[in-house]
Design a protein around this ligand. Structure first.
Ligand SMILES: Cc1cc2nc3c(=O)[nH]c(=O)nc-3n(C[C@H](O)[C@H](O)[C@H](O)COP(=O)(O)OP(=O)(O)OC[C@H]3O[C@@H](n4cnc5c(N)ncnc54)[C@H](O)[C@@H]3O)c2cc1C
Length: 400
């Protein structure tokens, strides 16, 4: 069951304002400073995550009555978009963590265990990771081969994951699996696996083009724990009502932040050129005007969907609405269009900067931005999403 959490952001805007100011400082001061090394070494952005923990940002989506900031979707997008301007990988880690916390906050609160767990998360600033991928399901998050086994109040869950971001650095992992050994592949549940009750054997490497700091190799997971760590209800509902909306909206906001930083670098260069010849407009300024329009259009896309999501949750809880095809199409369209826009915008910023942006050792370098945003269309394949849209559009006649 989806729990409608009354967001306290309007009651205590200063709490969110403080989190945003802290995140801005971390983006500029810590994340940006270490981003090149994180990327080069393909290492976890530990300094940034430590700073986010210190500022209490990891409990932003936890309801206020459990000690969090109770941030709504629009506020979480601002945190992700801000951090990604310093380091895309760090922001992807933060977004993925927010998505998992939101699943617990919106689907776990009928259980005493998850109330207590979220309170503890807020106090100790736990970091949550996610394993939906599995060897043999080919990127279909709504299908699992592994099953959770329950006996005498405890569970055992083993899974062969193709990709698991920062699992080795997380305090717990939310894992999808079949409800039991007899359940079909689509009858899934979410299980909270605590790091101390899990063994992770790394099965593949993570030497990728971009998003290198997410540290996302394959893992063989073996875990156990009390059965109360199984999230109530079905993953079919938590996926449609929370996992998919939070993923597509927060990812879009952070891809925008990476593109915005690229355009910001191009803009700095164009202004520098203008200062060299006062009274003239450099030819690249027109290109800058064009790309800034595209950047603005991208921002408006995720902002409007984030606002519509918050409105739906505030008015009706969004429970039934979010299960409908209208919302599925809207979210899928957002993901496809923002994941395609981000690399185009970075590419256009690169055309403005020329070789200065192409060099890895220049202050205007766009190599990391370009490589990071190329992951956007693959992170749940756009082809897979488009084929789901194609099936829905055969029967859904309203405009999404
Ligand atoms: C940076 C990053 C971080 C990630 N972090 C995590 C994580 O923390 N946890 C986790 O579980 N997973 C994670 N993933 C994995 C992600 O969720 C997807 O499962 C994965 O990216 C899909 O892998 P794939 O491209 O091999 O799979 P597929 O979706 O199977 O795609 C393979 C190919 O098949 C094509 N294809 C697929 N379906 C169709 C279709 N219907 N029609 C036409 N063509 C199709 C695609 O175009 C693609 O070329 C991460 C991925 C990235 C890039």
């Amino acid at each position: 069951m989806l729990i409608c959490v009354k967001h306290t952001s309007t009651e205590s805007p200063s709490h969110f304002a403080a989190l945003l100011a802290a995140t801005r400082g971390i983006a500029n001061g810590v994340a940006a400073q270490h981003a090149a090394d994180v990327d080069k070494q393909a290492r976890f952005p530990a300094e940034t995550l430590d700073a986010l923990r210190g500022a209490g940002v990891l409990s932003a989506p936890v309801p206020a009555h459990l000690g969090g900031a109770g941030c709504n979707m629009q506020e979480l997008t601002q945190l992700c978009a801000t951090l990604s301007q310093g380091c895309g990988s760090s922001s992807m880690v933060l977004a993925m963590h927010f998505i998992q916390v939101a699943c617990l906050a919106r689907h776990g609160l009928e259980s005493k265990f998850f109330n207590d767990y979220l309170r503890e998360l807020a106090q100790r600033q736990y970091l949550l990771a996610s394993i939906t991928s599995e060897v043999g399901t080919f990127g279909d998050t709504r299908s699992s081969i592994c099953a959770v086994e329950q006996r005498e109040g405890r569970f055992v869950l083993n899974k062969d994951a193709t990709t698991g971001s920062y699992c080795a650095h997380a305090d717990a992992i939310l894992v999808t699996c079949r409800r039991d050994a007899d359940a079909p592949q689509s009858d899934q549940v979410l299980v909270l696996v605590k790091r101390e009750n899990a063994s992770l054997q790394q099965t593949t490497t993570w030497d990728t083009l971009g998003m290198r700091g997410t540290c996302s190799p394959g893992f063989r997971l073996e875990s156990s724990g009390p059965a109360e760590q199984i999230v109530p209800g079905s993953y079919a509902d938590s996926s449609a009502q929370t996992m998919v909306p939070y993923s597509h909206i927060l990812w879009s906001s952070l891809w925008w932040g990476i593109a915005a930083d690229a355009v910001g670098r191009a803009a700095n260069h164009v202004r520098g050129e203008a200062r060299k010849k006062p009274g003239t407009v450099p030819p690249t300024a027109t290109r800058l005007a064009e790309v800034s329009a595209q950047l603005q259009a991208m921002r408006q896309q995720w902002q409007s969907v984030a606002q519509a999501f918050d409105d739906a949750v505030q008015t009706t809880g969004g429970e039934q609405e979010l299960l409908g095809m209208g919302w599925a199409l809207r979210l899928n369209n957002l993901k496809i269009s923002c994941s395609e826009a981000a690399p185009q915008i970075v590419h256009r910023a690169l055309q403005i900067l020329g070789v200065l942006g192409y060099k890895n050792d220049s202050p205007f370098s766009l190599g990391r931005h370009y490589r990071d945003v190329l992951s956007a269309s693959l992170m749940v394949s756009n082809e897979r999403i488009a084929s789901k849209n194609a099936s829905m559009l055969l029967v859904f006649k309203d405009s999404p």
